[in-house]
Design a protein around this ligand. Structure first.
Ligand code: HXC
Length: 511
């Protein structure tokens, strides 16, 4: 028996070495951890159960019959726990054929995807790979498509998270693109369909890998990624934090964690958050942090479309999604990017039963040819659509401006907002006073006194929450200092909300 156990240990030790010590050293020299080291950090200590450690490739073409048969074949797969909750994980091993995807490598990932879906638990993929195993041809392409198909079936059923921790090229990009969230490691990861060499050949552009698909591109400009962190360790610890916010599946409740933050806590500083001058900005994240339990806020797409803020927090220990216009950036205006960003977040929350808290301070949609040519109508409609179809509890607070169509869009009462609050500083109107008066009283535009009087009249009548409150569009005008207490109570009241949309195969959101 001892011999058998020794030989098992020997085989395991061989598998743990992946592509060998030299390649592991090269991985470390690039500031990257190995696949197994990453899994160790991501999961609770000692909780990882590995599958298919001894799987080997079966390729014979292009010298593969003579190539080393590395156990594991370039991907480490299995399951474990994050703070006691089950997650499935696969991590590409760059030390084995550059983490490239073979037929058997794909089968290992597929097995884990099927288990995650069947057992209703999140799946996390750690990417560090060179795309399809070139020597395997169509077998690798088929493997990718099998993975893509499973990504789609699992979408909206279990959370799927992709973490890009090295190269992610060719066929490797599309699976992450169909998952719920993509996070990247700054400076050591990049994602593109075709690399700098192909780009040079086809378009004659000269770009570096970072310029083409680094975190500085995808977490800021393209919005392919939902965030980026400085190194492997920080990224993996942040993924543990994210998992703590997410339900295990669309049939599970949001996780509930102990909190020491009194849900009735008043915050006097919020009474002076809104500046006296209505055109002066303030930081809406201050409000989010002062409302959320212990100020804990996990932001999604922090560096993209910063005129809207999206992310997860907790109220009474339970996850909520915050969506908030940010007056500090472009006055919090809605444009194509911010509409798309928030729409995707709202849809994630709705798919997974996460209540949505919306803070509104929006001067309207951004005018101009750049926006109209870029499809503002369609992108703005995405957010409108997302809020309108959402059946999760929706609590909205208008802090200051809610002008024009943007008032309607931002989880208004008319889009089945459950509880709609306003601060006394709210201004709910078709547009600001100056613009309104210049249109309605165009003939008197040169009569300064008359225009001033009309402006004052408009401000008094419309630039307050009361015209909307008179119609019941605002349920109550609340004191800023009581915001946390009021929202907590509203969410507690909505805990067992039941609302169903009419049966349909699926909707047709303006993509
Ligand atoms: C087989 C591969 C490989 C691949 C890397 N390797 N990519 N083996 N298939 N796709 C191997 C290398 O031969 C090398 O083996 C080892 O992995 C490390 O690679 P290096 O090139 O030395 O590393 P580095 O310089 O860091 O460059 C990493 C890289 C580069 C940028 C990822 O390897 C690269 O460009 N690879 C090819 C990318 C690509 O074109 N993939 C196919 C895309 S087509 P040795 O033994 O020398 O150490 C595709 C279509 C699918 O994916 C579409 C489905 C929808």
């Amino acid at each position: 028996m001892k011999n058998v156990l020794d030989s098992l240990e020997k085989r395991r030790a061989e598998a743990h070495l992946g592509g060998g010590q030299a390649r592991i050293d090269a991985q470390h020299a690039r500031g990257k951890l190995t696949a197994r080291e990453r899994i160790e950090l991501l999961l609770d200590h000692g909780s990882f159960e590995e599958f298919d450690m001894f799987v080997q490739h079966r390729a014979v073409d292009f010298g593969m019959d003579k190539a080393p048969k590395t156990p594991g074949d370039g991907v480490v797969t299995g399951w474990g726990t994050v703070n006691g909750r089950t997650v499935y994980v696969f991590a590409k091993d760059f030390t084995v054929f550059g983490g490239s995807l073979s037929e058997t490598h794909a089968q290992k990932i597929i097995k884990i995807q099927d288990m995650a879906l069947r057992n209703r638990a999140p799946i996390i993929g750690l990417f560090d790979a060179g795309g399809a195993r070139i020597q395997e041809g169509v077998a690798a392409l088929g493997g990718y498509a099998e993975i893509f198909q499973r990504n789609v079936l699992a979408s909206g059923v279990i959370p799927q998270i992709s973490v890009i921790m090295g190269p992610c090229a060719g066929g490797d990009v599309y699976s992450p693109a169909m998952t719920d969230f993509i996070f990247m490691v700054r400076d050591t990861s990049y994602m593109f369909v075709t690399g700098p060499d192909v780009v040079k050949t086809v378009t004659n552009e000269t770009v570096t890998a970072e310029e083409l698909g680094g975190a500085s591109v995808h977490a800021v400009k393209s919005s392919v990624a939902d965030g980026a962190y400085d190194n492997d360790v920080e990224t993996l610890l942040q993924m543990r934090r994210l998992i703590d916010f997410l339900p295990s599946s669309n049939r599970d409740e949001v996780p509930e964690w102990p909190t020491f933050d009194d849900s009735a806590r008043l915050d006097k500083s919020l009474d002076t958050l809104i500046p006296d001058n209505p055109n002066k900005p303030y930081d809406i994240k201050e409000l989010i942090r002062k409302v959320a339990d212990e100020g804990d806020f996990f932001e999604i797409q922090e560096s993209h479309a910063r005129n809207i803020v999206t992310g997860f927090g907790r109220m009474e220990g339970r996850t909520v999604g915050f969506v908030a216009n940010q007056p500090m950036v472009l006055a919090g205006v809605l444009d194509s990017d911010s509409s798309r960003k928030a729409a995707r977040f709202v849809r994630f929350c709705d798919a997974f039963g996460i209540p949505i808290v919306t803070f509104v301070d929006v001067p309207g949609f951004l005018p101009g040819t750049a926006q109209e040519y870029g499809g503002l109508i369609k992108h703005g409609a995405k957010l409108l659509f997302a809020y309108a179809e959402a059946t999760v509890p929706k609590v909205t607070l208008i802090t200051r401006k809610a002008f024009g169509g943007a008032y309607d869009v931002m989880a208004s009462k008319h889009l089945r907002g459950d509880v709609n609050y306003a601060w006394p500083t709210a201004q709910i109107a078709v547009m600001g006073a100056k613009g309104a008066v210049e249109i309605i009283f165009r003939a008197d535009i040169k009569d300064v006194d008359k225009i001033a009087a009309r402006t004052k009249e408009y401000e008094d009548r419309f630039l307050s929450p009361f015209a909307a409150a008179e119609r019941g569009y605002i349920d109550e005008v609340i004191a800023p200092n009581a915001t946390r207490a009021r929202i907590s109570r509203a969410l507690a009241m909505l805990r067992h909300k039941e609302l169903e949309n009419p049966w349909k195969k699926h909707d047709n959101i303006p993509l």
